[in-house]
Design a protein around this ligand. Sequence first.
Ligand code: C2E
Ligand code: MG
Ligand code: MG
Length: 576
Amino acid sequence: MVRSAAGDAWSFDLARAWREPPALATSRTRRISGAFFLTFGGVLLMLCAPLVPGSHAAHLWRFVAGAVAVGSAVGWYVLGARAPRWLFVALLVTVVIGVATLVRTAASSLNASSFSACFLLPLTAAALLLPLRRAVLVLLLTIVLGSWALHTLGTTASDVVMRAGCALGMFGMVAWLARVADGAHQDPLTGLLNRHGFERRLEEQLARLERGGGQGALVALDLDYFKRVNASGGHRYGDRIIVECAAAWRAMLPPDALLSRYGGDHFVVMLPSTPLGRAADLADRLRAAIVEGTTVSAGVAAWQYGDSGSMLLNRADVALYDAKATGRDRTVVYGDPERAASELESAISNGEMRVMLQPIVDLPTGETVSYEALVRWERPGRGEIAPLNFVPQAERTGAIHSLGAWVLAECCRLATMVRNSNRSIGVNVSVHELRGADYAENVRRLLEEWALPGEMFIFEVTESVFEDEDPQVALNLHGLRALGAQVAIDDFGAGYSSLRRIELLPIDLIKVDGALVCTIREGHDVPILRAVVTMAKSLGVRLVAEHVENEYQAATLQNLGYHLAQGYYFGRPAIP
Ligand code: C2E
Ligand code: MG
Ligand code: MG
């Protein structure tokens, strides 16, 4: 039997509610509710200040506190939409502490009791808008501080317990209702966001992207021939496939991704902070991760500044439709590939490409021994575009050959500039270029034209090269080495290298991926980085550590036996 992930209409997934806020906790609701309870509490305090018994100073103190709350409400309303989530928690904690202070300074226990009613404002907001693990902290703080303040003013223990119990009951009821109401945003079968919930959260994510100037992409996924699956295996079987897909995909996505069962066998994933190329690769992996015997088509679209959620969904749907129309079981990226290729080619001929150099240093001496060449696209009106946003697309459209040829020629020009310093230049090469029959021969001709020795060049290839079945790739690598150039495996440790193939192919250097280097922290062991040193020694290759960002990492790597390093600590990529 297929178990629904979301259960019946009155229950909710406690583990999820513990981690995640309810769907109604958007930056908008946080902003409005924060401003609301600050204004409400503040105005109440200002109005009541002269009426409550106490000294003149106490009246003035309460009036000022009320005015500060109203002022903070205005500030929160203006800036609250941009505030990170933790700031909302900090606001609630501050308000709880403020109310406890107010209660503590009341003239009588009766007075303190009426002030303590203000605790309900932050408590309701916490129950409605925070994940339970944070909301419970606000609740505990409220009960502890509130009980203490009331108790020190002589309120009887039974009264204190009664008030704490009421606060607890109210909190529990509001928190439960908010989670149950979430059911309206959730798909009962998979427990994922449904269409309504997704569209709501999507607009929020896009607003955040627009403010932060980030990049994002949306993937639309649709099971192929799902009607047939249902017809042949029955609806129960169809449901099981849907539930299994949802579970497999949920486990593979980054934590900030938004996955939704948009309807039937149609899923969508919003990937903020993911460039188009990476989103397309992820779509391929999602497609590969489903139940054997079924296939999925995917459409991917990049978010562009100013896009609304429906524009983005629309583009991903157009790409998905293309994937279905051209045979299914594939990923299609939105945008006419020919147009994309010609755009890049005209960018090259219009001089919009730049090559930056980043130093690679010898760890023991700290001297720069070579540079890595990193391409950038200075797109008029769009600013500088990083390679991960156009290289994968260039690989898909074939424009990578023109781009690679341009980069290589530019590297030759730069090599003439660094020639006297005896430094070499690392050039990133795509496996698509290495599949070309005459790649090594073209390099030879170019070096001859510029009168440069092959020894001045290092060709950086990613691990995926070693999985490539095409024998031409290995031939080209041998050809490059015959010219005197070195070959480096780039981003080692980020993918799945076949160690056997590494042994067989011609390699001089291994560039260890930043994902491994960033595991270096004080008090943590680094067994993988240590093992890589042993492996490199027995293969007779040198190691370059990538993404070295601080002195501690550099020192640790040197102690481990790494020879070379590259990263912001030594120098960022710069125009030479
Ligand atoms: P890569 O070859 O691994 O290049 C290193 C990347 O790490 C560069 O990103 C560099 O700016 C970044 N980086 C360097 N030091 C640090 C650090 O300390 N911390 C962090 N977080 N990052 C650091 P970039 O320039 O965005 O290039 C990304 C990738 O694009 C490159 O990865 C390479 O695979 C590809 N690429 C760049 N230029 C070319 C090219 O001309 N042709 C081809 N085919 N691919 C290229
Ligand atoms: Mg590289
Ligand atoms: Mg790298």
